[in-house]
Design a protein around this ligand. Structure first.
Ligand code: PAF
Length: 283
């Protein structure tokens, strides 16, 4: 696996492949890789001639400085996992490379309501930082396809919107949530959980699975109460939000809805200091 640390390096490394018409797949990450990331890398390897993975802990998308400070950075083991998976190129730029001269200015993209709800409401500035860095990474890597996990469903929705709005010639490939055997959605932040928090955190997926089972299309209020009650019983967790929303517009839905409306349930909760998210498609 080749390694690039600067824009010039990644552009030069990719130039021969680009010039000979090879397809480039890209998996942007913040590192602390798990099987979910590796499934994106494997999919990219299957679908492209060259696969690039980036690891960059993007400071501007952390609304909480403590979260940024504690974010895991196990670069050596990440590198090993990528090598074993067969990744061709790892891009590991520095903060100075991505924000030269301390210029942290962010894109001011108008996402309408898409970035105002759920994560957007709970993590002010998060999506502006996220889309700024994704746009820079897309510009430097210039891939044919880019791979995003469905756990960050709202992020994925915004990236798809951005690519469409700006007519970027990049196909966004969305990949299913990878889960541990007990249902917990894989996340880089899981490794920060204590044993007790890790155990309690399964309530996120457990309640989503239950909500899917109970879903009739007419019982949103009942389901909201169900989830709130479940979380109120678990002192280690603090529910941030539970929303049942339109799959495309992300508008929260509170009234009875028709069976052909695409619906997703999204949840965010703190386990101690660690914030976790998950979601499930209801119909
Ligand atoms: O999902 C992530 O890991 C990050 O938000 C991303 C897309 C790599 C941008 O920093």
């Amino acid at each position: 696996m080749k390694i690039a640390a600067t824009r010039i390096e990644i552009e030069n490394l990719l130039l021969p492949s680009r010039n000979s018409g090879k397809s480039i797949g890209f998996v942007p990450t913040m590192g602390a890789l798990h099987k979910g990331h590796i499934s994106l890398v494997s999919l990219s390897i299957n679908e492209n001639d060259v696969t690039v993975c980036s690891i960059f802990v993007n400071p501007t998308q952390f609304n909480d400085p403590a979260d940024l400070k504690r974010y895991p950075r196990p670069l050596e083991s990440d590198q090993k996992m990528l090598e074993e998976a067969g990744c061709d190129i790892l891009f590991i730029p520095s903060v100075e490379e991505m924000y030269p001269n301390n210029d942290y200015s962010l894109l001011n993209e108008d996402f309408g309501v898409l970035d105002k709800v759920m994560e957007g409401q709970s993590r002010p500035g998060h999506f502006a930082g996220m889309i700024t860095i994704v746009n820079k990474l897309f510009t430097y890597v210039n891939p044919h396809k880019a791979y995003f996990g469905n756990k960050d469903f709202q992020q994925l929705t915004l990236v798809k919107y951005f690519v469409k709005e700006h007519h970027l010639p990049i196909l966004i490939r969305e990949c299913p949530i990878s889960r541990d055997t007990d249902g917990l959605a894989m996340s880089s932040r899981n490794r920060l959980l204590s044993a007790e928090e890790r155990q309690a955190a399964t309530l996120l997926s457990r309640s989503l699975f239950k909500v899917k089972e109970m879903w009739t299309g007419n019982n949103i209020t009942e389901l909201m109460t169900f989830v709130e009650t479940e979380f109120a019983r678990e002192p280690i967790l603090k529910l941030d939000y539970f929303e049942i929303a339109h799959f495309e517009t992300l508008q929260p839905l509170k009234t009875p809805i028709s069976p052909d409306t695409p619906i997703i349930a999204c949840i965010a909760s703190f386990a101690g200091k660690i914030r976790l998210i998950d979601n499930i498609k209801l119909q």
